[in-house]
Design a binder for this molecule. Structure first.
Ligand code: B1M
Length: 215
């Protein structure tokens, strides 16, 4: 099977809720190619998850399917994303990252974390469901260059403004750039709450923090 066929199998397996076949396709892609193949596989999983979201939204799939598709994606991403980090030295600065309070989605955040580590950033990954104070404490304690928040639920996007307000209250806002990403957000929303940047995808996010690190 060539790599295009393997990418097709990976997507189809995820959408067919076939864990074993998805993991096998991801392993073959990871074994057979370099960074580009891994990036393609990560994009394929992201695309498939877009379809999963649509099926759930349209009532074609229920929570059980959403949860299982999420589990398959987590397993597959667990194989792929560490390969994006290979061999980097932590010299480009520190970035604190987490998913906002009330939100448990972490696949997109983890892709950004792996890309950032792969580019030489030290990443303090706070995980999911991160309260305001943990973001702010971690940014202060690590003298972070940037603080990144991921948010996929419209019900939790208000958390972002709270974190920015707390950074301001503690006199940290001037020294920490804020970047946000995730399906619930838009450029306009990011600007409205006072973030410095919106990342529609992990590569754009990485390019932004690289620019900040260089200036
Ligand atoms: Co949920 N979910 N989910 N879910 N889920 C969405 C987000 C939803 C849009 C589906 C839908 O209805 N169409 C919907 C939200 C609706 C809304 O608020 N507008 C939704 C819902 C409703 C829910 C529940 C409430 C369902 C329920 O219980 N009734 C529940 C909430 C739980 C909670 O968080 N408290 C829930 C649960 C779950 C699972 C646990 C089952 C699972 C998550 C598994 C996990 O993350 N470990 C899950 C999944 C898989 C999805 C969808 C299908 C896929 C999300 C994903 O991982 N996409 C999603 C549908 C969708 O997004 N279209 C959906 C792939 C990922 C790579 O994309 O995270 O956007 P994304 O990341 C991108 C960019 O956004 C960017 O880079 C990444 C790629 O380059 N990016 C950053 C993201 N964060 C970044 C941070 C950065 C930089 C870039 O810097 C810091």
């Amino acid at each position: 099977m060539n790599s295009d066929e393997q990418l097709g199998t990976l997507k189809e397996s995820l959408l067919g809720l076939d864990m074993e076949s998805a993991v096998e396709a991801a392993r073959s892609l990871a074994d057979g190619g370099g960074q580009a193949a891994v990036q393609d596989a990560v994009s394929a999983v992201s695309e498939a998850l877009g379809v999963v979201g649509k099926r759930f939204q349209d009532g074609e799939w229920f929570l059980t399917e959403l949860v299982y598709a999420g589990e398959i994606a987590k397993e597959v991403m667990g194989l792929l994303t560490p390969l994006l980090e290979a061999g980097a030295a932590e010299a480009a600065g520190t970035v604190v990252v987490g998913t906002v309070a009330g939100d448990l989605h972490d696949l997109g955040k983890n892709i950004f974390v792996s890309y950032a580590r792969g580019a030489g950033f030290k990443v303090v990954d706070l995980g999911v469901d991160v309260p305001v104070d943990r973001f702010v404490d971690a940014a202060r304690e690590s003298s972070a260059l940037a603080l990144g928040m991921s948010c996929l639920l419209t019900s939790t996007e208000g958390e972002i403004g709270k974190v920015i307000a707390e950074l301001e209250r503690q006199g940290l806002r001037e020294s920490v750039k804020v970047i946000v990403g995730g399906a619930a957000l838009t450029e306009q929303f990011a600007r409205h709450v006072g973030a410095d940047a919106f990342a529609p995808d992990a590569i754009t996010g990485l390019d932004t923090v690289k620019k900040w690190s260089a200036s």
